[in-house]
Design a protein around this ligand. Structure first.
Ligand code: GLN
Length: 198
């Protein structure tokens, strides 16, 4: 069983641990460098990226996580986790900083003030079956991707049609939405296989 940590500084840690455990991983919360050393992959949960950024410094997790990312450890970020994996953040707080991340620009809280939360079907490249029932909560979207970034999913209709909401660059994967909230384990299973193969 691959050992996969969920960064437990803030956010919906418990839901990701449950989804990973249900997907064949030995899943556990991680908030100390020594706990990070013991895992083969990491999930950065949804929550509030400004808070996660601040706590990453306080808990001295920033450098250890960057090192593991450069070392090829698979990392999956959902929502706030996507923002933490973005090379550039628009509408961020000036002091928030991400990890050594994906070559992309994301916009925080991008879907507009009127619609803080919504649900939409999103098909993900590489994941078989029905489109995901994607849940977006004050979610970012991806405005620009670099050459090395594979777009895995887009919103299909409505005012935000065509917006990029799932990407991968090598060992790093990010989604704007929260598959950990819907009981659909396909994305976590896919990530567990990515960790197993790494
Ligand atoms: N808006 C939050 C942020 O900026 C993300 C929301 C979420 O993770 N559901 O970090």
């Amino acid at each position: 069983q691959p050992k996969i940590g969920v960064l437990a500084l803030q956010g919906d840690v418990r839901e990701h641990v449950a989804a990973l455990a249900g997907s064949g991983a030995d899943a556990r919360p991680v908030r100390r460098p020594a706990e990070l050393d013991a895992v083969d992959g990491l999930v950065i949960p949804g929550g509030e990226s400004t808070t996660i950024s601040k706590l990453a410094d306080i808990f001295e997790m920033r450098e250890p996580i960057d090192k593991r990312i450069f070392g090829g450890m698979p990392v999956y970020g959902s929502c706030a986790g996507m923002i933490m994996l973005a090379g550039e953040v628009l509408d961020g707080r000036p002091d928030q900083r991400g990890f050594a991340g994906i070559e992309m620009t994301v916009r925080r809280n991008a879907f507009g003030r009127q619609v803080d939360s919504f649900e939409a079907p999103v098909a993900i490249t590489g994941v078989e079956g029905e489109p995901f029932h994607a849940v977006f909560i004050r979610a970012p979207w991806v405005e620009r991707v670099g050459e090395g970034v594979e777009v895995l999913g887009r919103v299909t209709d409505g005012p935000a049609a065509d917006r990029i909401v799932a990407v991968r660059q090598g060992n790093l994967v990010a989604t704007s939405f929260h598959p950990e909230l819907t009981g659909d384990l396909r994305l976590h299973r896919w990530f567990v296989e990515l960790v197993r193969a790494a």
